[in-house]
Design a protein around this ligand. Structure first.
Ligand SMILES: *[C@@H]1O[C@H](CO)[C@@H](O)[C@H](O)[C@H]1NC(C)=O
Ligand SMILES: *[C@@H]1O[C@H](CO)[C@@H](O)[C@H](O)[C@H]1NC(C)=O
Ligand SMILES: *[C@@H]1O[C@H](CO)[C@@H](O)[C@H](O)[C@H]1NC(C)=O
Length: 380
């Protein structure tokens, strides 16, 4: 069984993603002693937070501890340039203290902690170690420390995504969704609003909000765990529940989700496709890879993303989510119906126009057919 081959990797990855979610929540709640300058602008203008850097440093440190510094290859979103610049010392200080506060809690998650606090140079080194460019051979971890930074900044949906790629194929996917709501209707409501609504509800254990999902290739199973709360300890399998895609195959009853921002996906093109296959519901617009989580959990049936021409999708934005959807029973391809290729390095090279994830073949075939029929008449 392929999933047993990676059992140690899965065990460590799931715990690490739980710890990363804990870190993100601490930063978001302002419990960590960080400076006010949380949001740095990157070349592509997306907001980068202390959480982004801290998660990457922590995950890199952990994977190196468990799998050997020399041997672990990590492909990740953040590069160390911005952080090591002289004018970023406040940011670096905030990251170092966040990483240490987080590592101090690692034993609660069944993970090692360092003997003493780790310093600036170790944090920078951990971040810079994530400079692998992946490729067709060997094992590579793909990490998006905080996917959906805009969602994070707004207190809305965001995700921590970690996947293991072995010889070009995604073999493990772990997706932490700290703000995943208990009720799917609340996915498209601004999270702050959701918070105020949920206050009036009786609290029922940990399932209210937030989860970690994971899957191993070939297992035909995807799992979901609640995040740990307060001073709970992480216990494997920690109330893990099997998740499965929705069985709805009637477009009139199906829900489709897509990126919130028009700059990330062509909303008018997807609206046209939705109309032509007979989708009736309003699109569910959700930040980050939580869209894959929604398909895997059966809270939506279709996810469509058509980036602007020339945009190259990166492996860390998809690897974990794609595997989880597939193992939960779903289908993910490009707009031409071909599987996504994670063997070409940092980017999903050769991707045909867009990404389509569906709960099953019936809906998938309809969407692919509609794309084929409509393409000539659009100038996307
Ligand atoms: C590195 O990882 C490979 C598996 O990817 C393993 O076979 C090898 O023993 C490891 N080497 C070290 C030095 O840990
Ligand atoms: C990645 O960074 C390390 C230093 O942290 C360096 O030794 C290595 O050559 C770099 N690798 C790539 C592919 O740039
Ligand atoms: C979005 O798709 C429509 C076709 O539905 C096309 O006319 C438009 O040019 C596209 N916009 C962009 C920014 O690509």
């Amino acid at each position: 069984m392929e999933d047993e081959k990676y059992s140690k990797e899965l065990d460590v990855a799931v715990r690490v993603v739980h710890l990363a979610c804990f870190l993100c929540q601490r930063v978001q709640e302002g419990l960590v002693s960080t400076n006010s300058d949380h949001v740095k602008s990157k070349d592509d203008d997306s907001p980068v937070t202390v959480a982004d850097w801290s998660v990457q440093a922590m995950v890199s440190w952990m994977l190196s501890e468990y799998f050997g510094r020399q041997n672990v290859s990590i492909v990740a979103e953040e590069d160390v340039e911005t952080l090591s610049k002289a004018d970023s010392t406040d940011l670096l200080d905030a990251v170092v203290s966040t990483v240490n506060e987080c590592l101090a809690e690692a034993p609660r998650f069944g993970l090692k902690r360092p003997d003493k606090t780790i310093g600036n140079s170790q944090v920078l080194e951990a971040i810079s170690r994530c400079n692998s460019s992946g490729g067709p051979t060997g094992r590579h971890w793909a990490l998006d420390p905080v996917d959906g930074t805009l969602g994070f900044v707004r207190g809305d949906q965001y995700a921590v995504a970690l996947a293991l790629i072995d010889n070009g194929r995604v073999v493990l996917g772990v997706l932490g969704c700290p703000n995943y709501p208990m009720r799917k209707e609340w996915l498209n409501i601004h999270h702050q609003h959701y918070r105020s609504m949920s206050k009036s509800l009786p609290s029922s254990h940990s399932w209210e909000e937030g989860c970690v999902m994971y899957a191993s290739r070939g297992s035909d199973e995807a799992w979901m765990q609640p995040l740990i709360r307060g001073d709970e300890k992480f216990e494997w399998p920690n109330f893990a529940k099997l998740i499965r895609v929705s069985s709805i195959d009637d477009p009139a009853l199906a829900t489709f989700c897509e990126p919130v921002e028009k700059t990330n996906s062509n909303h008018s093109f997807t609206a046209g496709l939705a109309h032509s296959v007979g989708l009736r519901k309003q699109p569910l617009r959700v930040h980050s890879m939580v869209k894959y989580a929604a398909i895997a959990r059966g809270d939506a049936e279709i996810y469509m993303k058509f980036a602007r021409a020339g945009y190259k999708e990166k492996i860390w934005d998809h690897a974990a989510g794609v595997l989880i959807v597939q193992e939960a029973g779903g289908v993910v391809t490009d707009a031409g119906g071909r599987p996504l290729d994670f063997s070409k390095g940092v980017y999903l090279e050769g991707l045909d126009r867009g990404i389509i994830a569906c709960s099953g073949d019936a809906l998938h075939d309809k969407i692919i057919g509609a794309i084929f029929a409509s393409w000539d008449s659009s100038n996307l």
